[in-house]
Design a protein around this ligand. Structure first.
Ligand code: OAD
Length: 255
């Protein structure tokens, strides 16, 4: 439930952090990782697809899977949660959007300077020399989720081009992590939206915010336990974010 004191905290906040996981993009038709039946990790083995060993062992299988995901994102549209988050930026003195998502739906809804902790589907690079590679933006035929597609080759060294995402066993991009951590430690309201909160170090951010005295709010349709100092708003991200903005700021016209 959105209490009047929570609405007031948000209205008076100087710095708000919005921290998103796959659930924030679920209503855009992008599958989450761990939801029962529909989650990507229910249907695919992360060890075969989301590690650098997996890529080196079978580049076409791995690249094909990420191309399927990239095309799905290209065909998707931001949802009400992305728009409400972008709108929130105009309501508070400072907003930092930190996401674990590798899509660009926050940006397409109007959010700026989004901190991507787990990289992006849209910034591939050479697995050997690291040179950035540009992919076509055309959202032509959606490849099947089991398609094998040979990865492009790097124009500098002919190495394979890999997805620009963070794989299991890899470090987070240093700049993104330090900006996210500093924001979590400085903010007065921290909204954690649509994440299972089990992948570290990203999952540490709400704890850091809580430790520094921020008001921490979790938004998720699936109930989970939070400490007595935290708030839990049960429901889809779009509905809860629009309600939160309405309660805190009244008149807002979020699409
Ligand atoms: P998960 O799939 O682990 O969790 C998604 C969360 O979104 C779950 O708690 C769902 O209940 C919730 N959810 C589903 N629909 C929702 C909706 N409409 N509104 C709000 N919440 C909803 O995804 P993440 O927490 O993002 O890492 O996973 C974290 C990381 O694990 C990912 O970034 C990825 C993955 O392995 C890497 O690739 C490094």
């Amino acid at each position: 439930m959105i209490t009047s004191s929570l609405a007031e905290r948000l209205r008076e906040a100087q710095h708000v952090v919005v921290f998103t996981g796959a659930g924030a993009s679920a209503e855009s038709g992008i599958p989450t990782f761990r939801d029962a039946l529909t989650g990507l990790w229910e249907r695919f083995d992360p060890a075969q697809l989301a590690t650098s060993d997996a890529f080196r062992a079978d580049p076409s299988l791995c690249w094909g899977w990420y191309e399927w995901r990239r095309h799905k994102v290209l065909q998707a549209q931001p949802n009400g949660a992305h728009f409400a988050i972008a709108e929130l930026a105009s309501r508070v003195p400072k907003l930092t959007v930190v996401t674990q998502n590798v899509d660009d739906l926050h940006e397409r809804a109007g959010s700026q300077n989004v901190v991507h902790l787990h990289g992006s589907l849209h910034s591939p690079r050479c697995i050997d020399c690291g040179q950035a590679h540009t992919l076509s933006l055309a959202s032509d035929a959606l490849p099947g989720d089991g398609s094998r597609i040979e990865p492009p080759r790097c124009s500098a060294c002919s190495g394979y081009v890999r997805p620009g995402v963070v794989w299991f066993g890899e470090m987070l991009p240093e700049g993104a992590w330090s900006v996210g951590l500093a924001a979590a430690e400085e903010c007065d309201v921290f909204l954690s939206i649509g994440t299972s909160g089990i992948v570290y170090p990203a999952a540490e951010l709400p704890l850091r915010a809580l430790g520094r005295g921020a008001t921490v709010v979790h938004i998720n349709p699936a109930q989970f336990k939070v400490s007595s100092q935290e708030h839990f708003l049960q429901g889809p991200a779009s509905v809860m974010m629009q309600s939160l903005l309405r309660e805190a700021f009244g008149d807002h016209p979020v699409s």
